[in-house]
Design a protein around this ligand. Sequence first.
Ligand SMILES: Nc1ncnc2c1ncn2[C@@H]1O[C@H](COP(=O)(O)OP(=O)(O)O)[C@@H](O)[C@H]1O
Ligand SMILES: [Mg+2]
Length: 308
Amino acid sequence: MKIPAAPSPPTPPEEAAGSAGPPAERLPEPVLEVTGLTKRYGDVEALGGFTLSVAPGEIVGLVGHNGAGKTTFVEIVSGLVRADGGTVRVVGHDPHSARHMVGVAPQHLALYPSFTVREHLKLFGGLSGLRRGALHEAVDEVAADLRLTEFLDRPAGFLSGGQQRRAQAGTALIHRPALLLLDEPTAGADPETRQALLDTVRRRAEAGAAVVYTTHYLAELTELGATLAVAKRGRVVARGTAADLLTGLPGEVRLTFEDGTEDRRSTADPTGALVEMLAGAGRPVASVDVHKPDLDDLYRSLAVLDDD
Ligand SMILES: Nc1ncnc2c1ncn2[C@@H]1O[C@H](COP(=O)(O)OP(=O)(O)O)[C@@H](O)[C@H]1O
Ligand SMILES: [Mg+2]
């Protein structure tokens, strides 16, 4: 699809009459467009019509219980696994011919223990066509972004778990791909690793990359300003901003009294409930807990979509 260089002048009403109507506002062409993906492993349906598109500069937080199909989706888009059905387009190309435009940090670490961080970054950068000066610059830049500079010459096998996560992310970022697929990049990560990854991912998105970011931590997605895609049984069952999806979900207010008893209330209006509960307490309160809706609450609210 071509995007016109300048908007065409508005059509006078008499000319528009009988046509398809005024031109729709054009959204940017998606970097990733996945439609109706299916994948089966024996009796297991890993994907059952998985549809998702990601615009340039957009960060999609792909969430869902274990076994929902997130990793299978990542593996198919990165060209590692073949789908049974459906389509994948990365900037209009199939996954195999688009692989230089994609950067993947797999859920299960795939580093060579005896290779240094620098060797990993040079290997992945070189495979994507970076040479000499450009490659060296990219290595230094990615290492600085991910706070790996002082570990560049250390073999991956001698890095901490968090440093290995950052090195793995580095192999995904080194060639500045248009599409970044980060599959639980902060699993088991320390706070420094988490912050380095979040900062780097946010900057890449600001520079125009499309990002799919899988995590079990809602706070990371809020910090990234991500939109959410909720995967369940091999399909995306909800899509929107965190505010869209979480507003109106019940949180929980809990009062603990000095005599050890509790009063809990599930409510979409925690402040109102708290005021009411305190007013009616009638005995000394030891502590107050207000639990805001989180991903588990979101999954529960989507349980009505279960077909069994
Ligand atoms: N290589 C495989 N062989 C057999 N089953 C698989 C394979 N990969 C994934 N699965 C199954 O497919 C389903 C989806 O898995 P996965 O994509 O890893 O989910 P998630 O990443 O959301 O936890 C699970 O039931 C999983 O056991
Ligand atoms: Mg997974």
